[in-house]
Design a protein around this ligand. Structure first.
Ligand code: AMP
Ligand code: MG
Length: 317
């Protein structure tokens, strides 16, 4: 497909160097991660981090996830504990974010953590992002590259649609592998899951050898940065529907649903991983088609289905 956006760059050495140079200059770069596309800036620079909040129109009370290349780097900013080491060994690099206590002498910009004494950290697996992180001695604040509370981007074109030309460099790594944001697990006291993702409660419970559950919605909402409305297409949504009118978009799962112009099947083969990967793409397509109502069939609440249901619930809020 012809690239119609002049700010989308394919990943090669020349463009990687350009992106790295930009980030060193406290400018922002949009880039792929294995979960969704992110908007990256130097987490030690308030100037860079302010640009992230400004572009996303993100409230300052909603802290950003900080991305590290290795433990050496993280040790400067966070207090590590046994539960962290167990999960790190099992799942990193990967789609999991840990909330930890922040070190007093950390160099992090205060606004990254919304002035809290906690910090959310992740070690991403994406090859391009790892190369970038390796090239400097500061971590990157990377929220999803979309306007606050809207649908997360899973391709470089999605990012361009969100921000037009206000981001100078969007690195194109193709479609994201997972397509849904990282699991967020709070390890500052008794471990709890603030946001489900590909790595679910069963995986985390097994790794920690204790039962870890997803916080109830009411508790999640009171956690820092957990907004009630999120991941939203800006169109009313009805969940757990068995049918839809012809002028409504109908998001379904599995082969029991007929094909049709207004039917959007997340996975004909009833594969939840495929459904997760298709979720935001589908919501964006429906939004671009100007539907006024979205109905969604029930989606199994197992494995990554828990994360899909979490995002749908918040998108429908
Ligand atoms: P997102 O809103 O998708 O960027 O995800 C970031 C989430 O990570 C937030 O919604 C918070 O729940 C969590 N988070 C980020 N930073 C912190 C922090 N410093 N303390 C506690 N939770 C955090
Ligand atoms: Mg986001």
């Amino acid at each position: 497909m012809k690239n119609i956006y002049s700010n989308i760059f394919k990943v090669n050495n020349k463009n990687l160097s350009k992106a790295i140079k930009y980030l060193k200059k406290k400018e922002l770069v949009a880039l792929p991660t294995e979960t969704v596309y992110g908007l990256a800036g130097n987490a030690y620079s308030s100037k860079a981090v302010k640009k992230i909040y400004f572009l996303k129109k993100r409230p300052y009370k909603n802290p950003l996830i900080v991305h590290y290349y290795n433990l050496e780097q993280l040790k400067k900013d966070a207090k590590l504990n046994n539960n962290f080491f167990k999960l790190y060994k099992k799942f990193c690099p990967g789609p999991i974010t840990f909330v930890l206590k922040k070190k007093k002498n950390s160099l992090l910009s205060k606004i990254v953590t919304a002035n809290l004494n906690t910090i959310a950290v992740r070690f991403p697996k994406d090859k391009t992002l790892k190369k970038i992180l390796k090239s400097f001695n500061f971590p990157l604040a990377i929220p999803s590259a979309n306007k606050s509370s809207q649908i997360s981007p899973v391709s470089a074109e999605d990012v361009a649609q969100e921000f037009h030309r206000s981001i100078k460099i969007i690195l194109n790594g193709g479609l994201c592998d997972i397509g849904i944001e990282s699991t967020v697990v709070d390890l500052t006291s008794k471990p709890k899951i603030l946001r489900p993702g590909l790595i679910g409660p069963a995986d985390i419970s097994k790794a920690l050898n204790r039962k870890v559950t997803i916080s109830e919605v009411s508790k999640i909402i009171s956690a820092p940065g957990m907004l009630k409305k999120h991941y939203s297409p800006g169109i009313p949504m009805k969940l757990d529907q068995t049918k839809a009118k012809i002028n409504e978009a109908f998001i379904v799962f599995g082969k029991k649903y007929k094909k049709g112009k207004n039917i959007f099947n997340l996975s004909y083969k009833s594969n939840l991983l495929e459904a997760a990967k298709n979720l935001y793409r589908t919501l964006r397509i429906i939004k671009n088609k100007n539907y006024k109502m979205i109905c969604v069939s029930s989606i199994p609440k197992t494995g990554i289905g828990l994360a899909i249901n979490d995002r749908l619930n918040r998108a429908a809020n």
